[in-house]
Design a binder for this molecule. Structure first.
Ligand SMILES: Nc1ncnc2c1ncn2[C@@H]1O[C@H](COP(=O)(O)OP(=O)(O)OP(=O)(O)O)[C@@H](O)[C@H]1O
Length: 346
């Protein structure tokens, strides 16, 4: 099948390693990116996300490992032959060309017919929300609009895989969340395989069908946003994805009171802030720990509570404001509670 007719591709990466001199930027990364999936590569700065994206694009050959595209080995195939669409932060547009001409450029390189180019450019301009801007040059567009042109240009020739490296990091918060909504829509409409790099946890949770968490060049965990958030495989993943309460359990007890523990009765029990609640009196049964309220921050629909247990552990709770009584003030002696099935051992 010709490349231009291929809608979405599956990628298999096996044992991918990448060294720069003696420095290992990637170690033994193995994962499958399903056809039409929206996979986000998430991790702190320097964890190897961009390097992995560059290996997928073909611009950086891996030091070890193999890459398959729809089952065919593409490890040694050039970036041009892979023909993936790419959108980077500040991706340069041709300043002397109009929006339409910028988007038409890759189609002209592919020697598509004039009528087809005109039709495709008009279609894609609508898809990315640039209707009415086709005759402008990049300098006459806002940052968000320029990023849409870059996106449109990459989507124009219907690549089997789209690669994104932090495309929205220069945009302000509102624009960024608007672009995220549109990315999801465009992903749905095109059905193409999307691989998206970000270091923003919220962006990853919002966008992806699955998230791959990188740290120090290693793949730590891959799964759906919910899986990764609610069942992190290790402490790094748990802490990287947002606030988490960690409580030391000894012999199945927390500060003298028995609590629900799956597996080892000694270790660290982790609970997300939104799954904890407060009680004004000691609950007769269930998981609970006595604590003093140290701070309370009203955030509208939810209120953030900071607690310190008698044993000195710091807790943060995110509680629907509607569930709290008005009289609650810092200094109150209360209890923190949680359902056993929401807690996991690290
Ligand atoms: N061409 C290169 N030569 C030497 N070292 C490199 C090269 N490219 C990347 N590195 C190193 O590899 C490591 C991973 O870099 P990479 O850009 O993949 O990280 P990242 O997770 O994308 O980080 P960021 O979010 O900051 O972009 C870094 O320590 C970086 O300095």
């Amino acid at each position: 099948m010709a490349r231009t007719e291929r809608k979405a591709a599956e990628i298999d990466a096996t044992g991918i390693g990448k060294s720069f001199g003696t420095f290992k930027a990637l170690t033994d990364v193995t994962l499958t990116i399903a056809r039409g999936e929206f996979l986000t590569l998430l991790g702190p700065s320097g964890s190897g996300k961009t390097t992995f994206l560059m290996v997928l694009s073909g611009f950086e050959p891996p030091t070890t490992g193999r890459l398959l595209l729809d089952g065919r080995d593409m490890t040694d195939i050039s970036p041009e032959e892979r023909g993936f669409g790419m959108v980077f932060q500040g991706y340069a547009l041709f300043p002397h060309l109009t929006v339409e001409e910028n988007i038409a450029f890759p189609l002209k390189v592919q020697r598509r017919g004039r009528a087809e180019i005109r039709r495709r450019v008009a279609e894609i301009i609508e898809m990315v929300g640039l209707g009415g801007h086709g005759h402008k040059r990049p300098a006459g567009l806002s940052g968000g609009q320029q990023q849409r042109v870059a996106l449109a240009r990459a989507l124009a020739y219907e690549p089997p895989v789209m690669l994104f490296d932090e495309p929205f990091s220069a945009l302000d918060r509102n624009l960024r969340s608007q672009m995220q909504d549109e990315m999801r829509r465009i992903h749905r409409e095109t059905g193409t395989t999307f691989v998206f790099v970000t270091h923003d946890q919220e962006e990853a949770l919002t966008l992806s069908s699955r998230i791959a968490i990188f740290e120090a060049g290693c793949l730590q965990q891959i799964g759906s946003p919910r899986d990764i958030y609610e069942r992190p495989g290790n402490r790094f993943v748990a802490e990287f994805l947002g606030d988490i309460n960690v409580l030391p359990i000894r012999d199945g007890k927390l500060e003298g009171r028995e609590v629900t523990v799956q597996g080892d009765p000694d270790g660290d029990l982790a609970i997300r802030p939104e799954y904890m609640r407060i009680a004004l009196q000691a609950p007769a049964e269930g998981n609970a720990v006595a604590a003093r309220l140290t701070d309370l921050t009203y955030l509208g629909g939810v209120t953030r509570l900071n607690l310190r247990t008698a044993g000195g552990a710091e807790l943060v709770l995110s509680v629907p404001t509607a569930e709290l009584s008005d009289g609650l003030t810092p200094g109150a002696e209360i209890w923190a509670t949680w359902p056993g099935e929401r807690a996991f051992m690290l």
